[in-house]
Design a protein around this ligand. Structure first.
Ligand SMILES: NC(=O)c1ccc[n+]([C@@H]2O[C@H](COP(=O)([O-])OP(=O)(O)OC[C@H]3O[C@@H](n4cnc5c(N)ncnc54)[C@H](O)[C@@H]3O)[C@@H](O)[C@H]2O)c1
Length: 372
């Protein structure tokens, strides 16, 4: 008789910050992954958000304070941090010190010092830190990576990365997930966050922290560009330098020319009022164009695809559209996180990895030129 398979453990989850991304993607995905995760507790500074999410997603414990959650629900295995960016490092360190595994939405940290604090706490606690770069877990991305990894040195002619997207609200409003916004924070919370933001930005940006435009650019880089540039790093590594970087008068569009060994990469990003999500990474070799195409993550089930265009040795022009799965990138990242916690699989989007993005942002800030 074949040996009976052991039942797989279900991991207990707590979430810090039940705002837009929690309501549109994480809480629904956790419910659908109930064979892997059980959401036991949520923490937020908005009581209304707690009440709404606890009822809608059937969560038994709500807290306004992270320490109280850690103390009162000791059976939590993994804490998922998706609140205001300024609190990511403070809460990650607290949870690691309490012996929890930690998932952190991007940006993991907005300064190197914070990234390093998180990594030291992880090392000390011997727990995992998993950064929510879900685009890097998409199967189509991994297919592109397989192709790019098989290229030999000198084969890449050029790389182009685009992330020009409409405002989040366009997609969230049509996502069918009906998130709500709440603003019943204690007054002291806004002041505390403002102060924290000032401190972190002065650590991250030095003199530039006095410039609201530079702070806005840092927010775009850490918020949106971190998705693109971390995926780019996984495909082709760190750039050697930034040859040029521009910022539009509105501050909402950035372009960057990265130098790599033997080729350059042009990155263009921006947020506008067109209801389109135009995000891709394309690698050009002499006989093929290899591309991963992303759509908005707010609509569950929109496929992430790969396209390979090539000219065969017999002269045929071939266009291959690859859609390995309809499984969304959040579910795939959850499966990877489960594998890391339960089976000890390596985490590719860990704290050291996320710190590399901050290095690239520093390089961009150094070269940034304003267009007038
Ligand atoms: N992976 C992705 O594609 C993706 C998409 C959107 C957002 N995000 C990230 O997720 C995080 C949250 O984004 P959002 O759009 O949901 O923001 P949001 O402002 O809608 O939600 C944040 C929530 O955190 C709560 N909060 C703020 N400070 C807190 C504190 N000190 N303690 C507890 N709760 C606190 C707020 O009350 C709010 O409910 C951000 O880090 C963002 O960059 C990632």
């Amino acid at each position: 008789m074949p040996a009976a398979t052991q039942p797989r453990p279900i991991l207990n989850v707590a979430i810090i910050g039940v705002g837009e991304v929690a309501m549109t993607t994480h809480l629904p995905t956790l419910l659908l992954c109930s064979h892997l995760f059980r959401t036991l507790a949520i923490v937020d500074i908005s009581r209304d958000a707690l009440r709404h999410c606890a009822e809608k997603f059937h969560i038994p414990n709500t807290f306004e304070d992270v320490d109280e959650m850690l103390q009162k629900v000791p059976e939590v295995d993994v804490v998922m941090i998706m609140n205001a960016n300024e609190y990511h490092a403070i809460h990650a360190v607290k949870c690691l010190e309490a012996g929890k595994h930690v998932f952190i939405e991007k940006p993991m940290a907005i300064s190197h010092q914070d990234a390093q604090l998180i990594d030291s706490a992880r090392e000390h606690a011997d727990r995992i830190v998993f950064v929510g770069y879900m685009r890097r877990y998409a199967t189509a991305f991994l297919r592109v990576k397989e192709i790019v990894t098989s290229l030999t040195k000198g084969q890449i002619n050029y790389v182009k990365v685009r992330d020009i997207i409409g405002q989040n609200a366009f997609f969230v409003d049509e996502s069918g997930t009906f998130p709500r916004q709440f603003a019943d924070f204690p007054k002291s919370a806004s002041e505390e966050r403002r102060q924290l933001s000032k401190e972190i930005h002065s650590r991250a940006l030095g003199d530039k922290a006095d410039s609201p435009r530079d702070i806005m650019t840092w927010a775009l880089l850490t918020g949106l560009a971190s998705h693109d540039l971390s995926a780019l790093r996984e495909l082709i590594g760190m750039p050697k330098s930034v040859l040029a970087a521009t910022r539009s008068p509105s501050g909402l569009f950035l372009t960057v020319l990265f130098e790599y060994e033997g080729f350059c990469c042009h990155y263009e990003m921006g947020v506008d009022s067109v209801k389109q999500f135009d995000a891709h990474i394309e690698i050009f070799t002499q006989d093929s164009h290899i591309r991963v195409n992303y759509d908005t993550p707010y609509i569950k089930g929109l496929p992430i695809t790969a396209t390979v265009i090539s000219t065969k040795s017999n002269g045929d022009h071939v266009e291959e559209n690859i859609r390995p799965t309809f499984k969304d990138a959040y579910t795939l990242e959850y499966e990877a996180m489960y594998g890391a916690i339960v089976d000890g699989d390596p985490v590719k989007t860990d704290a050291k990895d996320a710190d590399k993005d901050l290095e690239i942002f520093d390089m961009i800030m150094e070269r940034l030129v304003d267009l007038c």
